[in-house]
Design a protein around this ligand. Structure first.
Ligand SMILES: Nc1ncnc2c1ncn2[C@@H]1O[C@H](COP(=O)(O)OP(=O)(O)OP(=O)(O)O)[C@@H](O)[C@H]1O
Ligand SMILES: [Mg+2]
Length: 241
């Protein structure tokens, strides 16, 4: 049986000042994927994610989330996802727990006990009462993931989640993604330019270059017998760089 994609973009297109930034993009993210959305700086990753998360409107094309069209069925579509777009922002002078309490007010029908649950999942329980201004970047990123988890989403969208993190911070985020994927069956859509990191983490990838999707598929199918740098090779072949 062929299942439907959990997230799909259909001919998604967006221009800024007459320049096509996202150009007829057709992405397919299947349930259970840890999908790497790859591209260098300025290729349209964040713009795509902003359209998928309903922060900006496409000029044309559609975003389908679990079969719901974001344009015509916004609430149902958006309730399936949790997201961090660029860096998560929090009130520095409030604690992690207080920040999540504020965010939780935005989720209809949410049981407040969920706040402690998500803090536990991202291993921030013992720092939950400390002010966010005392958190490391990695902890703030984890608090961002906790926030994205609040509404029990099937799909989490992360825009460059390891940006600026040291190797230890990166490792923690990657481990968390692997764990949430395998234990809670959460599907991930992760943008990044870090090919090596993504090769370790993802089962499927799409490469965006100048707003266009060049390649999409499972890493296994695309590179055969993967070596350490096979995704890098594939990337440079596809982009002609
Ligand atoms: N609101 C806007 N107005 C004008 N141009 C924009 C706007 N948003 C994005 N752009 C342009 O669109 C292009 C793609 O930007 P985008 O942020 O989507 O890239 P990206 O792939 O996320 O890059 P990065 O890896 O640096 O985050 C860039 O050239 C950017 O300057
Ligand atoms: Mg970006």
């Amino acid at each position: 049986m062929i299942s439907n994609p959990l997230l799909e973009t259909r001919n998604l297109t967006k221009s800024f000042r007459g320049r096509k930034i996202v150009d007829n993009l057709n992405l397919k993210v299947m349930k259970g994927d840890v999908y790497g959305f790859l591209g260098r700086n300025g290729q349209g990753k964040t713009t795509t994610i902003r359209m998928i998360t309903g922060l900006i409107f496409p000029d044309s094309g559609d975003v389908m989330i679990n079969g719901y069209n974001l344009k015509t069925d916004f609430k149902r579509a958006i309730s399936q996802i949790g997201a961090i777009v660029e860096s998560p922002t929090f009130y520095d002078y409030l604690s992690g727990h207080e920040n999540l309490s504020l965010m939780a007010n935005l989720v209809p029908g949410l049981n407040k006990s969920r706040i402690d649950e998500v803090l536990e999942i991202v291993r921030l329980t013992n720092r939950a009462k400390d002010k966010v201004k005392t958190y490391s970047l990695g902890m703030k990123q984890r608090l961002g993931i906790a926030n994205a988890l609040l509404n029990n989403p099937q799909l989490i969208i992360l825009d460059e989640p390891t940006n600026g993190l040291d190797p230890q911070g990166m490792k923690e985020i990657k481990e968390m993604i692997v764990q949430l994927s395998s234990e809670k069956n959460i599907t991930f859509f992760i943008s990044s330019h870090l090919l090596h990191e993504m090769q370790q983490l993802c089962n499927r990838i799409g490469i965006i270059n100048d707003g266009k999707l060049l390649v999409e598929g499972s890493i296994k199918e695309l590179v055969g017998n993967p070596t350490d740098n096979s995704l890098e090779k594939l990337y440079f072949e596809a982009t002609g760089e």
